[in-house]
Design a protein. Sequence first.
Length: 144
Amino acid sequence: MLFQLAYVSLSRLPLDETTLSDILEVSQRNNARDEITGILMYHDEIFFQVLEGDRSAVEKCYYEGISHDPRHKSLSLMWADGVESRTFSDWAMGYVGPEVIGRYTKDSFQSLSYLKSDEAVAANSNGVALQLARSVFSDFQRRG
């Protein structure tokens, strides 16, 4: 069985597009290696992330990596549970933020605007992680 984990945290400092791009590239590389998929959202110094994959890999990523990352403070676990299938199976790490950072990354990635598409709704209408992501994404859009 797969495992999903979602959290929010505050950034210790405002992050620029280049720093966010670097975070995304490292996350994509490490997650591909560890067979973790998910999304990362950042806006107004708030991170929201969903990780999914093998339980031990996801927990190691969160508890040994993210929780010790000096860029985070006030981590709050929102969701952690077993799931039947991946919600973000095509994304080693998708990203959304107030600006488009695709031009700064070496690898392509899909936009989280996909979350609002009919295809995403039909494929994952009951997923808790997707519902959390949609809610956070909508809140980020209102703040934008």
